[in-house]
Write a protein that binds this ligand. Structure first.
Ligand code: GLU
Length: 486
């Protein structure tokens, strides 16, 4: 067996869509699993729609996911001379012919056919032109396209790695154009010519390309090349069973990146859209585990469902497993962008920062969730969330009494650890004749500004004695103000 060579061949006409990323990933996983090569080909022959910005977005998306490619990127537009030469060779070998019918003539015949006998199929009239007439027209500069002559056999088929045996009857396939009158190649010729030149052994792509495959197989054969294997991956749907689109939320990989989804989550999640390792398995897998398990046997026929809830759940799982010295810089960068603290400030206190991450990541689904929840533990002061304060400080005088007693008890706590803090706060609650919940509510708003937070002892531990006491003092001032105003 030759080493597998696979490629991802995006058209650079937009961002990297999750469907494209899934195709890239499956090709990459297969290549890495089998010690083969994963190549990247930018299909930029459509000059009007291709942009450099899109090419860059595709590279960045692949890099973010960690899908590294082997060899230089191939730009399809640079190969037009070869595509043309292949078309000429097919003409010379009798597999293709020049067609002088103009688009207007074809259109007229199509309309006529559709009005009378039904579906239109090119009637091969130019294939019947005598050689000297063809030569005369070419010499006179009459524009022509090159059409591939569909062989006179029943059908063309292949054994698809996803769908099994597929076959297309030739009666439904007309002699298709492979070269336009301006000498530019049609998609099926360019792809086949490039896949042959790049020695691709397995073509894995979306199943929207299934109907192109018989034409490409005919071209391989006519060009005398070995056939690769084909695998056509099923569609990705939204949770409503419809084709995934913007209606379902973000469809660009970069959007998920900006939402705080980790690249390892995205890879894990995409890998399970149309593939399964089979049997009982844990859905949360590292990239290394995916490479070790991935194989064509596990490719699924059924459309897969892009469930954003599941993506977020999975991200929470990966967040929980990530080594802290990897997660730290990532969160620090986002906190810095959020304005809470500089990266330097955070990374200069690694033990404290790691404790904060440990505390917050179990309550988070995305990196952005962590950043949001970290806010109360960063700046010098907190902003009191209006709803949280309205509820926990509903009776400002009562809240003030509780916070003041807690402040006195905490000031006397040494060391600043749950073993000392817990009995001290319990004693405050008991003396006031309330449960600890009643005490912690007003304290929580005083310390974090919010109604929800990790456990009180964790919050006090992360804030440290000085900040905690200063926040209780600030809350007392605020509560006095509220008492005065009421
Ligand atoms: N450029 C084509 C596309 O983006 C893919 C071609 C192929 O994989 O054969 O749909």
């Amino acid at each position: 067996m030759p080493t597998p060579r696979l490629r991802f061949a995006p058209s650079p006409t937009g961002y990297l869509h999750v469907g494209g990323a899934r195709t890239a990933l499956f090709n990459w996983l297969y290549a890495r699993r089998h010690g083969g090569q994963f190549l990247l080909r930018v299909e930029d022959t459509d000059k009007a729609r291709s942009t450099e910005e899109s090419t860059r977005a595709i590279f960045e998306g692949l890099q973010w996911l960690g899908l590294d490619w082997d060899e230089e990127v191939v730009y399809q537009g640079a190969n037009v001379a070869r595509h043309r030469a292949d078309a000429e060779r097919l003409v010379a070998d009798g597999h293709a012919y020049r067609c002088f019918c103009t688009p207007a003539e074809i259109e007229e015949r199509r309309k006529h056919a559709e009005a009378t006998e039904g579906a239109f199929k090119y009637d091969r009239r130019c294939d019947r032109l005598p050689a000297d007439e063809v030569a005369r027209r070419v010499a006179a500069g009459v524009p022509s396209v090159v059409r591939f002559r569909v062989p006179d056999v029943q059908s063309t088929g292949w054994n698809d790695l996803v769908h099994g045996a597929i076959s297309f009857p030739h009666k439904d396939i007309e002699d298709f154009v492979i070269l336009r009158s301006d000498g530019t190649p049609i998609y099926n010729l360019a792809v086949t010519s490039d896949d042959i030149a790049m020695h691709i052994t397995l073509v894995m792509r979306g199943d929207d390309h299934i109907s192109n495959t018989p034409k490409q197989i005919m071209l391989y054969r006519a060009l005398g090349a070995d056939l690769p294997q084909f695998a056509h991956l099923p569609m990705i749907h939204g949770t409503d069973g419809k084709k995934l689109s913007k209606r379902h939320g973000a469809t660009a990989v970069a959007d998920w990146q900006h939402e705080g989804i980790l690249p390892q989550t995205m890879v894990n999640f995409l890998a399970l859209l149309g593939w399964s390792p089979g049997g009982e398995f844990n859905e949360v897998m590292t990239i290394e585990e995916l490479v070790a398990k991935f194989d064509a046997d596990g490719l699924l026929k059924k459309a897969s469902v892009f469930d954003t809830k599941k993506l977020e759940w999975m991200n929470g799982q990966h967040l929980g497993r990530m080594p802290l010295d990897e997660l730290g810089p990532l969160v620090a960068r986002k906190i810095a962008a959020d304005g809470g603290a500089t990266e330097h400030e955070l990374l200069a206190r690694p033990a404290w920062f790691h404790a904060l991450l440990e505390l917050l990541r179990v309550r988070s689904r995305t990196v952005d969730d962590i950043v949001r929840q970290a806010r109360p533990y960063l700046g010098a002061t907190v902003t009191y969330d209006a709803q949280a304060a309205a509820k926990a400080w509903k009776e400002p005088a009562e809240a003030r009494g509780l916070v003041a007693d807690a402040r006195v008890a905490l000031a006397a706590c040494t060391p600043w650890e749950p073993a000392a803090i817990e009995p001290a706060l319990k004693a405050v609650a008991e003396a006031r004749g309330v449960g600890t919940g009643k005490l912690f509510g007003p304290m929580r708003v005083a310390l974090t500004g919010e109604a929800n937070s990790p456990g009180m002892f964790d919050v006090l531990g992360i804030l440290g004695r000085d900040v905690a006491l200063a926040r209780l003092d600030a809350a007392l001032v605020e509560l006095d103000r509220r008492i005065g105003a009421s």
